[in-house]
Design a protein around this ligand. Structure first.
Ligand SMILES: [Zn+2]
Length: 511
């Protein structure tokens, strides 16, 4: 029953003209142009995931070059040529399914028949679906034909795996890459269809269908068909029907992971299990959730995720609760957990193990917070390492360049020489000693070279407003000051008290 319903929607709304195609604007534009200019290639390769319109566009193309009113980029769909093609009974348009057993025979026949003129139409069109499934023998036969295609013949190879097509074939095809439909376009498309069908399904439910379809129009329509035939109207009914994870559960378990609350993780998982969710999908959704957190954490405010605003808001809030390195580790653990869950005869136990591992990941504390805690601790009890001649963190290692701050100086150098400026940014601030600037550079730095040193000295003279000599101290190890900071007893002590390790060292300038 469901399969029937699926055919109904996908067929009913199959685009019959280029303008009806949803998405793939780049492909449609190029093809329409080629038709208008009479420069359509004889061999075309359509690649992209399933259900994004490859065969649909191939059929429209067949009509475009055979329409009695054409060739035209807008086939009439009423002439006998157009109608025969739409109804799949045009003898000159042949669709070959390379995945079927008949594939080889059909290619052989094709090689025989290709030289004859079309029986009824202006052009013969061979649409080879799943072209990557052709055997070597079939590819060879096809290659012979592609080497010298008769003027009245066009080949359209459609494939989900273009990398499996031999280079010899690829090089003779004009390539068109079909893209996944963006989530928001899919939602819009589904909503249009529901309106036309008079089906009252909540937008939130359609949003989930679009999410699950992952950019495939056909998959989305197939899910919509199932939803309609099951009488689903609300988001919750839809989640029930497909056994999908409710985002609330995902959010809850993600929060528990970020809080390293293992008992909570287990209880949410148990809940998902009792609701009958497919735990492999649940694990996958959870991994994607952390992947999205990571992306968002590093996108500095730009929205680069094609997700509903409500989901983005949740992700944004949660991404503030963890450091990048932490999210990266959690993502890694969940991803390898997901691989195990997929293969496991007891997915629930495997997922529990992954959750336990995730909860073991140490909290990463930003340095600002670490320093604040140290200050707090120092007020309570004196720390080892204080008062025995060790400088405390408040004291700068030595007097820094006065008048113009190091940061300002770098930005001026940047204006004069961007590469030099960028190079300075990687270094620790210099120390001024007896009218000389001591600048520590890693071994082998180009700053050791005379020309650069002189250039820097000239700039220093100009911007620091006095005669100043620059001394370059070459040192092994990229960042001595940073290393020194980490080795300080006070930092070591803090690590001991707070538990953890140093992920990153940031240098702050003293005002
Ligand atoms: Zn026509």
């Amino acid at each position: 029953m469901e399969a029937m319903a699926y055919l109904v929607l996908a067929r009913k709304y199959r685009p019959q003209t280029f303008d009806e195609v949803v998405g793939q604007e780049h492909v449609v534009r190029t093809l329409k142009n080629a038709i208008r200019l009479g420069r359509l290639a004889h061999a075309l390769l359509f690649s992209g995931i399933r259900g994004v319109g490859k065969t649909t566009i191939a059929r429209i193309l067949a009509k475009a070059i055979n329409c009695e009113q054409g060739p035209t980029d807008d086939p009439c769909n009423t002439c006998s040529a157009c109608r025969e093609i739409t109804e799949g009974r045009a003898v000159d348009i042949q669709e070959i399914d390379a995945a079927s057993n008949r594939g080889i025979d059909e290619i052989r026949e094709l090689r025989e028949n290709v030289k004859f003129r079309p029986a009824r139409l202006r052009n013969k069109v061979y649409i080879i679906d799943e072209a990557h499934m052709l055997t070597r023998e079939a590819f060879n036969a096809l290659l012979k034909t592609l080497e010298e295609p008769p003027p009245h013949v066009h080949f359209i190879l459609a494939t989900t795996e273009p990398q499996k097509i031999p280079v010899t074939i690829l090089s003779r095809c004009q390539r068109y890459e079909f893209r996944r439909l963006p989530w928001s376009r899919l939602v819009e498309h589904l909503q249009n269809i529901c309106e036309k069908e008079g089906v009252p399904i909540e937008r939130e439910a359609l949003e989930i269908i679009a999410r699950e379809a992952e950019g495939s129009v056909r998959d989305a329509l197939s899910l919509l068909d199932q939803a309609i035939s099951s009488g689903v109207q609300t988001r919750n009914e839809l989640l029930d029907l497909f056994g999908l994870a409710d985002n609330l559960l995902l959010e809850e378990i993600a929060r528990a992971i970020l809080a390293r609350d293992l008992p909570k993780c287990f209880s949410v998982l148990q809940q998902a299990f009792e609701q009958g969710l497919d735990l492999v999908y649940f694990a996958q959704d959870l991994t994607e959730f952390f992947r999205n957190l990571l992306v968002l954490k590093n996108s500095s405010g730009r929205v680069i995720l094609d997700l509903p605003e409500s989901e983005l808001a949740v992700l944004r809030t949660l991404s503030l609760e963890a450091e990048t390195e932490e999210l990266l580790l959690l993502f890694q653990i969940l991803l390898s957990g997901l691989e195990t869950v997929r293969r496991s005869p007891v997915p629930k136990l495997s997922l529990e193990l992954a959750l336990a591992r995730a909860c073991e990941v140490g909290k990463i504390v930003p340095l600002e917070e670490l320093f604040a805690k140290i200050e707090e601790l120092k007020k309570q009890a004196p720390l080892v390492g204080q008062g025995n001649g060790q400088p405390t963190l408040e004291e700068p290692p030595a007097r820094e360049t006065s008048d113009v701050s190091w940061k300002d100086f770098i930005s001026r150098v940047r204006e004069a020489s961007p590469p030099l400026g960028a190079l300075l940014e990687t270094l620790d601030p210099p120390v001024e000693k007896d009218g000389r600037l001591l600048l520590r550079v890693p071994e082998g730095s180009i700053l050791e070279e005379k020309t650069y040193r002189e250039k820097l000295a000239t700039l220093a003279h100009k911007h620091l407003g006095r005669n100043i000599e620059i001394e370059i101290l070459s040192q092994a190890g990229s960042s001595p000051l940073r290393q020194k900071l980490i080795e300080k007893p006070i930092v070591q002590e803090a690590l001991k008290i707070l538990g953890g390790r140093v992920a990153q060292v940031k240098l702050y300038e003293k005002e």
